[in-house]
Write a protein that binds this ligand. Sequence first.
Ligand code: RP5
Length: 164
Amino acid sequence: MKFVSIVIGSKSDYEVMKECATTLEKFGVAYELLISSAHRSPERTKTYIAQAEAKGAQMFIAAAGMAAHLAGALAGTTTKPVIGVPMASGELRGEDALLSTVMMPAGMPVATVAIGKAGAINSAYLAIQIMALGDDELRIKLQEDRIAKAKKVEIDSSEIEVIL
Ligand code: RP5
């Protein structure tokens, strides 16, 4: 079975990363979600990646904060696409995690999205877009979603707009 694997570094990342799971659900994309840490449980992380790949994981979404190495550790272990979500935990509110996640060495990419909730949602959208490359039904759902978003702009504007 094809699915997206979401790995979060701590329970404290869950509140934000629920948004990622909810977005995947909205599009009917199957996912797994678990806590595993590059620092606190490196063996569990490595073992899980192998198990997830064997079960059909198409890509990984990794969310971590502070000195965030989870997405990079995943990228070093799998050749599947890895999407990194920097969490705004810690004193630097995610700027540390953003740089730790995005600044990967050449040949070892992590597709890094925005810090926090927008990133959590966009990680799901990016995963869905990749899945949709081979799935016409999903591609149509994405197109419908874009149309709905454009419509909402028009509706919101019509409620407040002043045009001469
Ligand atoms: C990271 O450290 C986690 O991803 C989390 O964002 C941050 C803080 O973790 P906790 O101390 O809240 O478990 O590894």
